[in-house]
Design a protein around this ligand. Structure first.
Ligand code: UDP
Ligand code: MG
Length: 315
């Protein structure tokens, strides 16, 4: 089979980076045995990223394609929008901020040609803040436990996929997806390889704490309903505990008289607050699922492509 490679890159306010990005992708892919196309998805940028993408399409016709969304939908939705345009037999994703060096692309492609369905990059010497690293460490451990697929770095978007995996992902209707995890559920042979990682030199990270929390819930609810089950389990344990405590208090009051019970009032309050807190956590978690169900039931399109520019020369 003649291989060809589609490179999908989501772009959100990266005007300082994309010129260099496009040049480096093109130079590292031009002299390979496979033809390629570079799909840049503009995720509703408000700087001049879209203009830069447009001129890149004009400069390299047949190689660069621009997909422009009408507003900001988030990194994973933008990648999905890019997936809907891929024509190659192998698909590679990476970030636009040059933290993932484009020079690594051919190495990942080689692994796919050698028979792997998914190749995930692992960032060696990751150049991010300590907080981000800690957060990722937690997420990776949890994800590995829940999915049973042991990958060390789910946060690294420098990844390569066989086309059939991408096709399966496009067919998924849910809106809260976390692409690396979704891909693994369809893959048979997966592998990880170490890739370089650079610090972000231009622009800021697009993820603040709030967006990270949101992404984390996407990840969790898209993978499993286990937390819901844990919730009922926790509820049961707490109510058994509460019941025994109640019995204990009554008995103690009978033995020691009312004085003892009055002095225990604050203990009781403390315990009550624990239960109330647990209830709120439970309700919030339930709400996360219900909210996502609501979004999926409405079945709005996950993104709207406002315009595409450029025609791929693949096939
Ligand atoms: N991104 C996007 N839409 C968003 C947020 C981010 O398309 O709403 C893109 C961004 O342009 C970059 C990639 O996703 O190409 C990763 O973003 P960032 O570098 O800010 O994330 P971090 O490296 O901090 O995880
Ligand atoms: Mg980054």
């Amino acid at each position: 089979m003649k291989e060809s490679v589609s490179i999908v890159i989501p772009v959100f306010n990266e005007s300082g980076n994309i010129k260099e990005l496009i040049n480096r992708v093109i130079t590292s892919c031009r002299n390979q045995s496979w033809p390629f196309e570079l799909i840049l998805v503009d995720d509703g940028s408000s700087d001049d990223s879209a203009e830069i993408i447009r001129s890149a399409v004009d400069e390299s016709p047949g190689e660069v394609i621009g997909v422009f969304l009408n507003r900001n939908y988030g990194q994973h939705s933008a990648i999905m929008a890019g997936f809907s345009h891929v024509r190659g037999t192998i698909v590679v994703t990476l970030d636009a901020d040059l933290q993932n060096p484009p020079e690594e692309i051919p190495k990942l492609v080689d692994k796919i040609i050698n028979g792997f369905d998914v190749v995930g990059g692992v960032r060696k010497m990751r150049q991010d803040t300590r907080f981000r690293k800690l957060f990722s460490w937690l997420v990776n451990r949890m994800t590995a436990k829940i999915t049973g697929v042991n990958m060390r770095d789910y946060g690294c978007m420098l990844r390569a996929y066989r086309m059939r995996i991408v096709k399966a992902m496009i067919q998924c209707n849910e809106r809260s997806t976390f692409i690396p995890v979704l891909a693994n559920t369809f893959a048979r042979h997966t592998m990880e390889m170490e890739v370089e990682h650079a610090a972000r030199t231009k622009g800021d990270s697009k993820y603040n704490l709030w967006k990270l929390i949101n992404l984390q819930f996407d990840l969790l609810t898209s993978m499993t309903t286990l937390p819901l089950r844990m919730l009922s389990l926790l509820g049961t344990i707490i109510s058994i505990f509460g019941l025994s405590l109640g019995i204990f208090l009554v008995v103690m009051r009978l033995i020691r008289g009312s004085e003892w019970a009055a002095q225990g009032v604050f203990t009781l309050f403390a315990i009550l607050f624990i239960f109330i807190g647990a209830q709120f956590i439970g309700m919030g978690l339930l709400g996360e699922y219900v909210g996502r169900i609501y979004r999926d039931v409405r079945a709005r399109p996950r993104y709207l492509i406002h315009e595409t520019k450029g025609e791929s020369s693949l096939k």
